[in-house]
Design a protein around this ligand. Structure first.
Ligand code: SAM
Length: 256
């Protein structure tokens, strides 16, 4: 028989892909994944998406409405695809902060952007999306691309993003989502659970991380659920755009 006191004291669990883990362990397991894949992250992104991630990111930048002189935060910014474009758009009078919880991803991002001559208006900060170390009402735009599904307390992270945005500021969440047709969903499942881990194994010698990628996508809230979470947190005019048949969705909300 279970001891009722133990049940009461048990730590809440959450999902890490299809595994159930104590909440306090998820961040370290996610960290292992990104330490492992950091060096080959960009190559794998191009291989697995057939280059499509560039189009998804381009649309994110368009919809952000970023302007010269803006202050922009890219959370879970990784190797800096969005931050690089934002740095160009905001110019010398603007500021871009690339924040990521993972030191390996930040290092690859910083080195890569410096190699490309991106400097001057960009800062790199190691930070957790759930507890953003920035003042209230500070940024014109906050983005998080393919990052939210890795966060343990998504509600807390969304509230933290709302806090650091200026009134009228925009949050853009680019993330894998739910394909809109059953046929596409079936083909995508076959691809995700067979091809992705195999390519991961061949290129990074790490099939597990790419199995986690496939599983974490299935566990992430679908389009309508995420829209509800953003509205619930306090965002206004929350809308989303499906891309590639809903394999990816871009949500946008405005801080009132
Ligand atoms: C799939 S990568 C996306 C990188 C980049 N945004 C892109 O689109 O190419 C996910 C990133 O989320 C970061 N991450 C995971 N959990 C996080 C958290 N709680 N706070 C901030 N970053 C986090 C990881 O370290 C990783 O760099």
């Amino acid at each position: 028989m279970t001891d009722p006191r133990k049940e009461h004291d048990a730590e809440p669990s959450t999902h890490f892909g299809y595994q159930s883990v104590p909440e306090s362990r998820k961040a370290e397991k996610v960290a292992e994944v990104f330490h492992s894949v950091a060096a080959k992250y960009d190559l794998m992104n191009d291989l697995l998406s057939g280059g499509m991630h560039r189009l998804w990111k381009r649309f994110t930048i368009e919809l952000s409405g970023a302007r010269h002189g803006n202050r922009i935060l890219d959370i879970a910014g990784g190797t800096g695809d969005l931050a690089r474009q934002f740095s160009r758009i905001v110019g010398p009078s603007g500021q871009v902060v690339l924040a990521d919880i993972n030191a390996s991803m930040l290092k690859v991002g910083r080195d890569r952007l410096l190699d490309k001559g991106v400097a001057g208006n960009i800062e790199f900060v190691q930070a957790d999306a759930e507890k953003l170390p920035f003042p209230d009402n500070h940024f014109d735009v906050v983005t998080i691309a393919f990052g939210l599904r890795n966060v343990t307390h998504k509600d807390q992270a969304i509230r933290s993003m709302l806090r650091v945005l200026k009134p009228g500021g925009r949050l853009l969440v680019l993330e894998f989502s739910k394909p809109s047709s059953a046929l596409l969903s079936k083909a995508y499942d076959a691809y995700s659970f067979n091809v992705m881990p195999l390519v991961g194994k061949l290129v990074t010698k790490d099939a597990e991380s790419y199995r986690y990628l496939a599983e974490s996508i299935r566990m992430h809230p679908d389009q309508e659920t995420l829209k509800g979470m953003m509205s619930e947190a306090g965002f206004e005019n929350v809308t989303y755009h499906n891309m590639t048949g809903g394999i990816v969705a871009l949500h946008r909300g405005i801080k009132p």
